[in-house]
Design a protein around this ligand. Sequence first.
Ligand SMILES: [Cu+2]
Length: 470
Amino acid sequence: MKRRHFLKSTAAALVAAQTGSIFGGRPAHADAGSSSRPRLKMPPLLDTRETGRLSLSARAGALSLAGGPATATTGFSQDYLGPTIIMQNGSLAANVENTLDEAISVHWHGLLVPGEHDGGPHLPISPGQSWTPDMSIAQQPATAWYHSHIHGRTAEQVYSGLAGVIHVTDGHDAERGLPVDYGVDDLTLVLQDRRISPSGQMVYDPSMMDVMHGFMGNRMLVNGQVGAVAAVPAGIVRLRLLNGSNARSYRLAFDDGRPMHMIATDGGFLPGSVTLDGLTLSPGERVEILVDFATGAAPVLRSGFEQPFGVLEFAIDDTLPARITSHPEGFGPELEVLTGTQVRTRTLSLDMGMGGMMGGAGGFAINQRPFAMDRIDLEVELGSVEKWVVSSTMIAHPFHVHGALFRVVSENGSPPRPENLGWKDTVLVRDQAEIIMRFDQPASRDKPFMYHCHILEHEDAGMMGQFTVS
Ligand SMILES: [Cu+2]
């Protein structure tokens, strides 16, 4: 099968999603106060800054979408998804309890912690057990996230709800001139497409083709809600976007073309904002943007080029304080250039071979080797800088590395797209990307770090490898 066919199929899936979307066309502008549509809720906050402690309980739940029948779900300390965890640098004692009847793990995606605290497939939490890593947080402010990472079960467990957002903060965002009022002018938005059956329930039943393309939905969920409206003040609002979807990449833009001022990528702030009219966000990636809602009718955030579908409708609520009315000038440190005297280069190919296409084993791999729990693929020297040349086959694959932040050096030989200017831990590889990173976190043979495709069906099927840092 040729690449073009895959692109066509993906486009077809998008059209299907649009047809089934509640956002068939541009929804009528509605004042949040008078709209019959539900108001978008934020995940509850879990602020660890005072206590230095973090407790999560993975549990079974139920989710009713738009008044339909309930779907059995899972969540952290709630029915679906988990709280937004606020943390700062320093020690953090975590306690993750598993009340489910299957093993889970909790990977801190975007936290720079050693392999033994990373929460990958080698750190399962058995049913009825708890995991209590005593962590030390030391990194720049960033929007990170957490999700289950059990090999072979990640896709279904994350789809079911085992994910949540993390804000790493240094408490200085107000001084930076940034919005800081959670749920008012600082919105956390978990974007997920989900497949909703005609009876209104969320289903996960991947076919062979679904595994090939990754499992795509026909409805947009934002923070676990369908069709909710985000109420915002008539000022500058910060949107922290997480693509928490299993497989779908979004090409996000506002329907009225208003600019997005990108201020942060996966690993933290840019030195100053970068103005974009749209951005691509692939599974696992985060981006923070400032949007000015002071003028014009409230827009709709949409995804796609030719036949865009609605992701999230906004509405101006004049009762909300518009605290920030001018764009901050600069707020992040200069981006470090990671060129040392000795940079080891490795090449990695994200493989989808014939075996994978036929649904057999062996198709999904990295450098022709499907993931194996008992095989270390790479050994990296602690403190060293490496350049990885990553190539994708068949379709674009979002490539994620644990335990390090990287800079994108080039994409297909050209300078990186604007979305990839800052610190990253996940990058959408379309043909080829070169990334450079320093490995400052140790990982043993028993608790190694992962690198993998963040299309979760691909990851589960074997597009993953593991490495030590020592
Ligand atoms: Cu992939």
